[in-house]
Ligand binder design. Structure first.
Ligand code: NAD
Ligand code: ZN
Length: 379
Protein backbone atom coordinates (compact mmCIF):
# COMPACT_ATOMS: atom_id res chain seq x y z
CA UNK A 1 0.00 0.00 0.00
CA UNK A 2 1.01 3.69 -0.22
CA UNK A 3 1.84 5.52 3.01
CA UNK A 4 3.37 8.77 4.27
CA UNK A 5 6.80 8.00 5.71
CA UNK A 6 9.35 9.97 7.71
CA UNK A 7 12.78 10.05 6.08
CA UNK A 8 14.52 12.82 8.03
CA UNK A 9 13.89 16.39 9.21
CA UNK A 10 11.60 18.09 6.68
CA UNK A 11 11.76 15.00 4.47
CA UNK A 12 8.43 13.24 4.07
CA UNK A 13 7.96 10.70 1.28
CA UNK A 14 5.00 8.65 0.12
CA UNK A 15 6.31 5.13 -0.27
CA UNK A 16 5.19 1.59 -0.95
CA UNK A 17 5.07 -0.25 2.41
CA UNK A 18 3.65 -3.55 3.59
CA UNK A 19 -0.11 -3.35 4.17
CA UNK A 20 -1.19 -4.02 7.78
CA UNK A 21 -2.84 -7.29 8.78
CA UNK A 22 -4.84 -8.49 11.77
CA UNK A 23 -2.40 -9.35 14.58
CA UNK A 24 -4.70 -10.03 17.51
CA UNK A 25 -8.33 -11.09 17.67
CA UNK A 26 -9.29 -7.56 18.82
CA UNK A 27 -7.78 -5.77 15.80
CA UNK A 28 -9.58 -4.19 12.89
CA UNK A 29 -8.23 -3.02 9.54
CA UNK A 30 -9.61 0.26 8.21
CA UNK A 31 -9.42 1.42 4.59
CA UNK A 32 -8.65 5.12 5.04
CA UNK A 33 -10.82 7.59 3.12
CA UNK A 34 -9.62 10.83 4.75
CA UNK A 35 -6.68 11.58 7.02
CA UNK A 36 -5.57 14.98 8.33
CA UNK A 37 -2.16 16.49 9.08
CA UNK A 38 -1.86 17.78 12.66
CA UNK A 39 0.43 20.28 14.35
CA UNK A 40 1.67 17.27 16.30
CA UNK A 41 2.89 15.71 13.04
CA UNK A 42 5.00 18.83 12.58
CA UNK A 43 6.98 17.93 15.71
CA UNK A 44 7.95 14.68 13.97
CA UNK A 45 8.45 16.46 10.63
CA UNK A 46 10.90 18.90 12.23
CA UNK A 47 12.81 16.22 14.11
CA UNK A 48 11.62 17.42 17.54
CA UNK A 49 10.03 14.01 18.11
CA UNK A 50 12.60 11.46 16.90
CA UNK A 51 11.19 8.89 14.47
CA UNK A 52 12.83 6.01 12.63
CA UNK A 53 13.40 6.24 8.88
CA UNK A 54 10.35 4.88 6.97
CA UNK A 55 8.06 5.27 10.01
CA UNK A 56 4.44 5.77 8.88
CA UNK A 57 2.97 8.98 10.37
CA UNK A 58 -0.61 10.13 11.03
CA UNK A 59 -3.18 10.02 13.80
CA UNK A 60 -6.30 11.78 12.45
CA UNK A 61 -7.87 9.13 10.19
CA UNK A 62 -11.30 7.87 9.23
CA UNK A 63 -12.50 5.29 6.76
CA UNK A 64 -14.35 2.05 6.13
CA UNK A 65 -13.82 -1.14 8.13
CA UNK A 66 -12.22 -3.68 5.81
CA UNK A 67 -11.60 -6.62 8.13
CA UNK A 68 -12.24 -7.49 11.80
CA UNK A 69 -10.52 -9.86 14.24
CA UNK A 70 -12.45 -12.86 15.55
CA UNK A 71 -13.22 -11.16 18.88
CA UNK A 72 -14.60 -7.91 17.46
CA UNK A 73 -18.35 -7.40 17.84
CA UNK A 74 -18.66 -3.62 17.96
CA UNK A 75 -17.94 -2.99 14.27
CA UNK A 76 -18.32 -5.00 11.08
CA UNK A 77 -16.90 -4.90 7.58
CA UNK A 78 -18.32 -1.90 5.73
CA UNK A 79 -18.91 0.31 8.79
CA UNK A 80 -17.81 3.93 8.51
CA UNK A 81 -15.57 4.84 11.46
CA UNK A 82 -13.54 7.72 12.91
CA UNK A 83 -10.40 6.60 14.76
CA UNK A 84 -9.17 8.56 17.81
CA UNK A 85 -5.45 9.17 18.18
CA UNK A 86 -5.32 7.63 21.68
CA UNK A 87 -4.65 3.90 21.59
CA UNK A 88 -6.83 2.64 24.43
CA UNK A 89 -7.81 -0.81 25.61
CA UNK A 90 -11.11 0.10 27.28
CA UNK A 91 -10.45 -2.11 30.33
CA UNK A 92 -7.64 -0.64 32.44
CA UNK A 93 -8.10 1.82 35.31
CA UNK A 94 -7.45 4.84 33.06
CA UNK A 95 -9.77 3.75 30.25
CA UNK A 96 -12.56 3.09 32.74
CA UNK A 97 -12.15 6.54 34.33
CA UNK A 98 -12.28 8.79 31.24
CA UNK A 99 -8.47 9.10 31.04
CA UNK A 100 -7.99 7.10 27.86
CA UNK A 101 -4.89 9.07 26.79
CA UNK A 102 -2.96 7.30 29.56
CA UNK A 103 -4.19 3.75 28.86
CA UNK A 104 -2.03 1.31 30.79
CA UNK A 105 -1.96 -1.32 28.04
CA UNK A 106 -1.12 0.76 24.99
CA UNK A 107 2.54 1.65 25.44
CA UNK A 108 5.12 -0.96 26.40
CA UNK A 109 8.02 1.51 26.30
CA UNK A 110 9.38 1.33 29.88
CA UNK A 111 11.15 4.71 29.59
CA UNK A 112 7.97 6.68 29.15
CA UNK A 113 5.18 5.36 31.43
CA UNK A 114 2.56 7.09 29.26
CA UNK A 115 -0.21 6.02 26.94
CA UNK A 116 0.34 5.03 23.31
CA UNK A 117 -0.69 7.09 20.28
CA UNK A 118 -1.19 6.13 16.65
CA UNK A 119 1.58 7.29 14.32
CA UNK A 120 3.48 9.00 17.11
CA UNK A 121 6.85 7.21 17.05
CA UNK A 122 8.45 4.38 19.03
CA UNK A 123 8.38 6.50 22.19
CA UNK A 124 4.58 6.31 22.28
CA UNK A 125 3.94 2.68 21.37
CA UNK A 126 5.43 2.45 17.88
CA UNK A 127 2.04 2.19 16.15
CA UNK A 128 2.20 2.78 12.39
CA UNK A 129 0.10 5.82 11.54
CA UNK A 130 -3.02 6.58 9.57
CA UNK A 131 -1.67 8.65 6.68
CA UNK A 132 -1.85 5.53 4.56
CA UNK A 133 -4.26 3.50 2.48
CA UNK A 134 -4.90 1.06 5.35
CA UNK A 135 -4.51 1.20 9.12
CA UNK A 136 -4.47 -1.53 11.76
CA UNK A 137 -6.48 -0.32 14.76
CA UNK A 138 -6.04 -2.28 17.98
CA UNK A 139 -8.89 -2.66 20.49
CA UNK A 140 -11.58 -2.72 17.82
CA UNK A 141 -14.28 -3.09 20.48
CA UNK A 142 -13.34 0.22 22.12
CA UNK A 143 -11.53 2.67 19.86
CA UNK A 144 -13.63 3.31 16.74
CA UNK A 145 -16.51 5.77 16.68
CA UNK A 146 -19.07 4.18 14.36
CA UNK A 147 -20.91 6.68 12.17
CA UNK A 148 -24.53 5.57 11.71
CA UNK A 149 -25.56 4.80 8.13
CA UNK A 150 -28.25 7.46 8.41
CA UNK A 151 -25.58 10.17 8.76
CA UNK A 152 -25.07 11.80 5.39
CA UNK A 153 -22.30 14.19 6.42
CA UNK A 154 -19.13 14.20 4.34
CA UNK A 155 -15.87 12.95 5.88
CA UNK A 156 -14.65 16.49 6.45
CA UNK A 157 -17.44 17.29 8.90
CA UNK A 158 -16.49 14.25 11.00
CA UNK A 159 -12.76 13.76 10.55
CA UNK A 160 -11.64 16.18 13.26
CA UNK A 161 -13.43 14.08 15.89
CA UNK A 162 -10.24 12.00 15.75
CA UNK A 163 -8.24 14.70 17.57
CA UNK A 164 -8.65 18.47 17.14
CA UNK A 165 -12.25 18.82 18.32
CA UNK A 166 -12.08 16.65 21.45
CA UNK A 167 -8.60 18.01 22.23
CA UNK A 168 -9.88 21.59 22.12
CA UNK A 169 -12.99 20.73 24.12
CA UNK A 170 -10.99 18.90 26.76
CA UNK A 171 -8.43 21.75 26.94
CA UNK A 172 -11.12 24.20 27.95
CA UNK A 173 -12.62 21.77 30.48
CA UNK A 174 -9.26 20.74 31.91
CA UNK A 175 -8.27 24.39 32.34
CA UNK A 176 -11.49 24.89 34.30
CA UNK A 177 -12.79 27.77 32.15
CA UNK A 178 -15.91 29.15 33.81
CA UNK A 179 -18.47 31.88 33.34
CA UNK A 180 -16.91 35.35 33.26
CA UNK A 181 -13.30 34.25 32.71
CA UNK A 182 -10.81 36.00 30.48
CA UNK A 183 -9.18 33.30 28.36
CA UNK A 184 -5.98 33.90 26.39
CA UNK A 185 -5.25 31.36 23.68
CA UNK A 186 -1.71 31.10 22.34
CA UNK A 187 -1.73 29.83 18.77
CA UNK A 188 -4.36 30.16 16.04
CA UNK A 189 -3.74 26.85 14.34
CA UNK A 190 -6.55 24.25 14.13
CA UNK A 191 -6.37 23.50 17.87
CA UNK A 192 -6.19 27.14 19.01
CA UNK A 193 -9.08 28.16 16.74
CA UNK A 194 -11.33 25.48 18.21
CA UNK A 195 -10.21 26.27 21.78
CA UNK A 196 -11.25 29.90 21.24
CA UNK A 197 -14.68 28.77 20.08
CA UNK A 198 -15.18 26.40 23.02
CA UNK A 199 -13.99 29.07 25.50
CA UNK A 200 -16.95 31.25 24.47
CA UNK A 201 -19.30 28.25 24.75
CA UNK A 202 -18.08 27.72 28.33
CA UNK A 203 -19.03 31.31 29.21
CA UNK A 204 -15.76 33.26 28.86
CA UNK A 205 -16.32 37.01 28.93
CA UNK A 206 -13.20 37.84 26.89
CA UNK A 207 -11.21 35.68 24.44
CA UNK A 208 -7.74 36.88 23.44
CA UNK A 209 -5.91 35.11 20.60
CA UNK A 210 -2.18 35.33 19.87
CA UNK A 211 -0.10 34.21 16.90
CA UNK A 212 2.50 35.58 14.53
CA UNK A 213 0.79 34.67 11.24
CA UNK A 214 -1.49 37.49 10.05
CA UNK A 215 -4.02 35.33 8.14
CA UNK A 216 -4.43 33.02 11.14
CA UNK A 217 -5.04 36.00 13.44
CA UNK A 218 -7.58 37.29 10.95
CA UNK A 219 -9.26 33.86 10.96
CA UNK A 220 -9.46 33.97 14.79
CA UNK A 221 -11.03 37.41 14.60
CA UNK A 222 -13.60 36.49 11.96
CA UNK A 223 -14.41 32.92 12.98
CA UNK A 224 -14.31 33.42 16.76
CA UNK A 225 -14.68 37.18 17.35
CA UNK A 226 -11.43 36.96 19.33
CA UNK A 227 -9.37 40.00 20.28
CA UNK A 228 -6.15 39.31 18.37
CA UNK A 229 -2.48 40.24 18.84
CA UNK A 230 0.63 39.48 16.81
CA UNK A 231 3.32 38.71 19.40
CA UNK A 232 6.04 39.87 17.02
CA UNK A 233 4.68 43.42 17.35
CA UNK A 234 5.36 43.51 21.10
CA UNK A 235 8.57 43.48 23.13
CA UNK A 236 6.92 41.38 25.81
CA UNK A 237 3.60 39.93 24.74
CA UNK A 238 2.92 38.34 28.12
CA UNK A 239 3.40 41.54 30.10
CA UNK A 240 1.21 43.42 27.63
CA UNK A 241 -1.59 40.91 28.17
CA UNK A 242 -1.16 41.30 31.91
CA UNK A 243 -1.53 45.06 31.49
CA UNK A 244 -4.66 45.05 29.32
CA UNK A 245 -6.34 42.46 31.53
CA UNK A 246 -5.49 44.48 34.67
CA UNK A 247 -3.42 41.85 36.41
CA UNK A 248 -3.46 38.88 34.06
CA UNK A 249 -5.66 36.47 32.18
CA UNK A 250 -7.65 34.04 34.37
CA UNK A 251 -6.73 31.21 32.03
CA UNK A 252 -4.03 30.88 29.38
CA UNK A 253 -4.24 27.93 27.01
CA UNK A 254 -1.05 27.19 25.09
CA UNK A 255 -1.91 25.67 21.70
CA UNK A 256 1.61 26.01 20.33
CA UNK A 257 3.99 23.63 22.08
CA UNK A 258 7.52 23.26 20.81
CA UNK A 259 7.95 26.12 18.37
CA UNK A 260 6.88 24.83 14.99
CA UNK A 261 9.09 27.29 13.12
CA UNK A 262 12.29 25.81 14.47
CA UNK A 263 13.85 22.42 14.07
CA UNK A 264 14.75 20.78 17.38
CA UNK A 265 18.42 21.58 16.86
CA UNK A 266 17.68 25.26 16.25
CA UNK A 267 15.52 25.30 19.39
CA UNK A 268 18.29 23.72 21.44
CA UNK A 269 20.67 26.40 20.09
CA UNK A 270 18.32 29.18 21.15
CA UNK A 271 17.81 27.60 24.54
CA UNK A 272 21.55 27.51 25.18
CA UNK A 273 21.74 31.17 24.24
CA UNK A 274 19.03 31.93 26.78
CA UNK A 275 21.07 30.09 29.40
CA UNK A 276 18.35 27.79 30.56
CA UNK A 277 15.33 30.00 29.92
CA UNK A 278 12.41 28.36 28.18
CA UNK A 279 11.19 29.25 24.75
CA UNK A 280 8.35 31.10 23.15
CA UNK A 281 4.75 30.26 24.00
CA UNK A 282 5.18 28.92 27.48
CA UNK A 283 7.13 32.06 28.46
CA UNK A 284 4.29 34.24 27.23
CA UNK A 285 1.83 32.09 29.18
CA UNK A 286 3.70 32.49 32.46
CA UNK A 287 3.81 36.29 32.07
CA UNK A 288 0.22 36.63 30.86
CA UNK A 289 -1.59 34.62 33.52
CA UNK A 290 -2.86 36.27 36.69
CA UNK A 291 -1.84 35.19 40.18
CA UNK A 292 -3.78 32.05 41.13
CA UNK A 293 -4.61 31.65 37.42
CA UNK A 294 -4.30 28.50 35.32
CA UNK A 295 -2.06 27.66 32.39
CA UNK A 296 -3.20 24.71 30.29
CA UNK A 297 -0.47 23.27 28.06
CA UNK A 298 -2.17 21.58 25.13
CA UNK A 299 0.72 22.23 22.77
CA UNK A 300 3.15 19.34 22.96
CA UNK A 301 6.44 19.71 24.84
CA UNK A 302 9.27 17.20 24.86
CA UNK A 303 12.37 16.66 26.93
CA UNK A 304 13.90 19.92 25.59
CA UNK A 305 11.67 21.61 28.12
CA UNK A 306 12.85 19.80 31.19
CA UNK A 307 14.48 23.00 32.51
CA UNK A 308 11.13 24.56 33.23
CA UNK A 309 11.04 27.77 35.39
CA UNK A 310 9.28 26.23 38.34
CA UNK A 311 10.19 29.17 40.61
CA UNK A 312 8.04 31.75 38.80
CA UNK A 313 5.10 29.40 38.78
CA UNK A 314 5.31 28.66 42.48
CA UNK A 315 5.80 32.32 43.43
CA UNK A 316 2.56 33.37 41.74
CA UNK A 317 0.35 30.40 42.78
CA UNK A 318 -0.18 29.38 39.17
CA UNK A 319 -1.92 26.10 38.43
CA UNK A 320 -0.48 24.12 35.53
CA UNK A 321 -2.59 21.57 33.71
CA UNK A 322 -1.45 19.71 30.61
CA UNK A 323 -1.08 16.52 28.65
CA UNK A 324 -2.44 14.49 25.77
CA UNK A 325 -6.20 14.84 25.50
CA UNK A 326 -8.29 11.76 26.35
CA UNK A 327 -10.33 12.16 23.17
CA UNK A 328 -12.35 8.96 23.07
CA UNK A 329 -15.11 9.73 25.53
CA UNK A 330 -15.73 13.20 24.05
CA UNK A 331 -16.34 11.81 20.55
CA UNK A 332 -20.03 10.81 20.91
CA UNK A 333 -20.95 14.14 22.55
CA UNK A 334 -19.14 16.19 19.90
CA UNK A 335 -20.59 14.03 17.11
CA UNK A 336 -24.03 15.09 18.40
CA UNK A 337 -23.01 18.75 18.40
CA UNK A 338 -21.86 18.44 14.77
CA UNK A 339 -25.04 16.72 13.59
CA UNK A 340 -27.13 19.29 15.49
CA UNK A 341 -25.29 22.06 13.64
CA UNK A 342 -23.86 23.57 16.84
CA UNK A 343 -20.28 23.33 15.56
CA UNK A 344 -18.90 23.13 12.04
CA UNK A 345 -15.34 21.78 11.94
CA UNK A 346 -15.14 22.26 8.17
CA UNK A 347 -14.52 25.95 8.91
CA UNK A 348 -10.88 25.22 9.65
CA UNK A 349 -10.12 22.86 6.74
CA UNK A 350 -8.40 24.83 3.98
CA UNK A 351 -6.75 22.19 1.78
CA UNK A 352 -7.64 18.78 0.34
CA UNK A 353 -4.87 16.91 -1.46
CA UNK A 354 -4.26 13.37 -2.69
CA UNK A 355 -2.13 11.27 -0.30
CA UNK A 356 0.55 11.16 -3.00
CA UNK A 357 1.09 14.90 -2.48
CA UNK A 358 1.82 14.57 1.25
CA UNK A 359 5.31 16.05 0.98
CA UNK A 360 3.88 19.22 -0.58
CA UNK A 361 1.05 19.21 1.97
CA UNK A 362 3.46 19.15 4.93
CA UNK A 363 5.44 21.99 3.43
CA UNK A 364 2.37 24.19 2.87
CA UNK A 365 1.02 23.53 6.38
CA UNK A 366 4.36 24.13 8.06
CA UNK A 367 5.34 27.20 6.02
CA UNK A 368 1.83 28.70 6.41
CA UNK A 369 1.53 29.08 2.64
CA UNK A 370 -1.65 29.77 0.73
CA UNK A 371 -3.53 30.65 3.97
CA UNK A 372 -3.33 27.02 5.05
CA UNK A 373 -5.09 26.13 8.31
CA UNK A 374 -5.61 22.36 7.95
CA UNK A 375 -4.89 19.79 5.26
CA UNK A 376 -6.90 16.65 4.58
CA UNK A 377 -5.14 13.93 2.59
CA UNK A 378 -7.17 11.59 0.42
CA UNK A 379 -5.63 8.13 -0.13
P1 NAD B 1 -0.16 24.53 14.23
O1 NAD B 1 1.30 24.36 14.11
O2 NAD B 1 -0.98 24.63 12.99
O3 NAD B 1 -0.50 25.85 15.10
C1 NAD B 1 0.39 26.44 16.00
C2 NAD B 1 0.27 27.96 15.85
O4 NAD B 1 1.02 28.59 16.89
C3 NAD B 1 0.81 28.49 14.52
O5 NAD B 1 -0.18 29.25 13.86
C4 NAD B 1 2.03 29.34 14.95
O6 NAD B 1 2.25 30.45 14.10
C5 NAD B 1 1.62 29.77 16.35
N1 NAD B 1 2.73 30.17 17.23
C6 NAD B 1 4.06 29.82 17.19
N2 NAD B 1 4.72 30.35 18.23
C7 NAD B 1 3.81 31.04 18.95
C8 NAD B 1 3.88 31.81 20.14
N3 NAD B 1 5.03 31.95 20.81
N4 NAD B 1 2.75 32.39 20.61
C9 NAD B 1 1.56 32.26 19.96
N5 NAD B 1 1.43 31.52 18.81
C10 NAD B 1 2.54 30.94 18.31
O7 NAD B 1 -0.65 23.32 15.16
P2 NAD B 1 -2.08 22.77 15.70
O8 NAD B 1 -2.50 21.63 14.85
O9 NAD B 1 -3.02 23.87 15.96
O10 NAD B 1 -1.58 22.14 17.08
C11 NAD B 1 -1.13 23.02 18.11
C12 NAD B 1 -0.36 22.27 19.20
O11 NAD B 1 -1.26 21.36 19.86
C13 NAD B 1 0.80 21.42 18.70
O12 NAD B 1 1.87 21.50 19.62
C14 NAD B 1 0.24 20.02 18.71
O13 NAD B 1 1.25 19.05 18.88
C15 NAD B 1 -0.63 20.10 19.93
N6 NAD B 1 -1.66 19.08 20.07
C16 NAD B 1 -1.82 18.54 21.30
C17 NAD B 1 -2.79 17.62 21.53
C18 NAD B 1 -2.99 17.09 22.90
O14 NAD B 1 -3.70 16.12 23.09
N7 NAD B 1 -2.41 17.72 23.91
C19 NAD B 1 -3.61 17.18 20.48
C20 NAD B 1 -3.44 17.76 19.21
C21 NAD B 1 -2.46 18.72 19.02
ZN1 ZN C 1 -3.40 15.57 16.00
Amino acid sequence: MRAVTFQGAKDIQVKQVEAPSIQTEDDIIVRITSTAICGSDLHIYLGGMPAAKDYVIGHEPMGIVEEVGSNVTRVKKGDRVVIPFNVSCGHCYYCSHDMESQCDSSNRNPDVHSGGYLGFTARYGNYPGGQAEYLRVPYGNFMPLVIPESCELEDEALLLLSDVLPTAYWSVENAGVKHGDTVTVLGCGPVGLMVQKFAWLKGAKRVIAIDRVPYRLEKARRMNQAEVYNFEDYDDMGLYIREITKGGSDIVIDCVGMDGKKTAMEAIGQKLKLQGGTLSAVDIAIEAVRKFGTIQLTGVYGSLYNMFPLGHIFERNITLTMGQAPVIHYMPELFKKITAGEIDPTEIISHRLPLEQASEAYRIFHEHEDECTKVVLKP
